[in-house]
Design a protein around this ligand. Structure first.
Ligand code: SF4
Ligand code: SF4
Length: 168
């Protein structure tokens, strides 16, 4: 059990949506070691990436119970930019359901004042959620970055550029 008092229980969704480099497991495909809804069959010998992983729901009670990943079909993690929401590709519109869509929008509004983002990932496509709209960013590669344009703290445009172009 974690400090939040929560357990994964019958949830195994991260074993589908997350990529595991050590196993060459792509994102959005069940790990060959996962029994969906049951758990990991190599639990004691699972890779370090799996040992160190916790989704936000598991460790943060501020995220309410309805966000439980196997019920919401959404796995939340944090990055240096903000919140990443990985949607079960089998239920690609899960993030548009209520109350999830409205809560994501509220977080995006709060995030604009402290420069953090809310990004939804469905399959390989990313969508930046803002208080007023959503920006379909398409497929964002590991060598690419999201660049936002602002009017005040309001995001008015978002584009994807090569990281090397930003460094130049
Ligand atoms: S998605 Fe979260 S709650 Fe579900 S198995 Fe992974 S860490 Fe546990
Ligand atoms: S090795 Fe186990 S914990 Fe890691 S992704 Fe596969 S099933 Fe999940």
């Amino acid at each position: 059990m974690t400090a939040s008092g929560r357990r994964c229980g019958d949830c195994t969704l991260c074993c589908k949506v997350m990529a595991i480099e050590e196993l060459a497991k792509p994102a959005n495909a069940w790990c060959r070691h996962c029994k969906p809804g049951r758990g990991c069959v190599i639990y004691d010998d699972r890779p370090a990436e799996c040992r160190s992983f916790s989704c936000v729901w598991l460790i943060n009670q501020l995220l309410e119970d309805h966000w439980r990943p196997n019920k919401s079909k959404l796995v939340l993690t944090t990055s240096e930019d903000g919140i990443e929401v990985r949607c079960d590709p089998g239920v690609p519109d899960a993030w548009r359901r209520e109350p999830f869509r409205s809560e994501l929008q509220q977080w995006a509004i709060s995030g604009e004042t402290v420069d953090t983002t809310v990004v939804v990932i469905v399959g390989r496509r990313m969508t930046l959620v803002t208080g007023e709209r959503e920006f379909d960013l398409g497929i964002v590669g590991p060598d690419e970055r999201i660049v936002r344009e602002f009017e005040g703290t309001r995001v008015v445009n978002a584009t994807v550029v090569k990281a090397s172009n930003l460094d130049a």
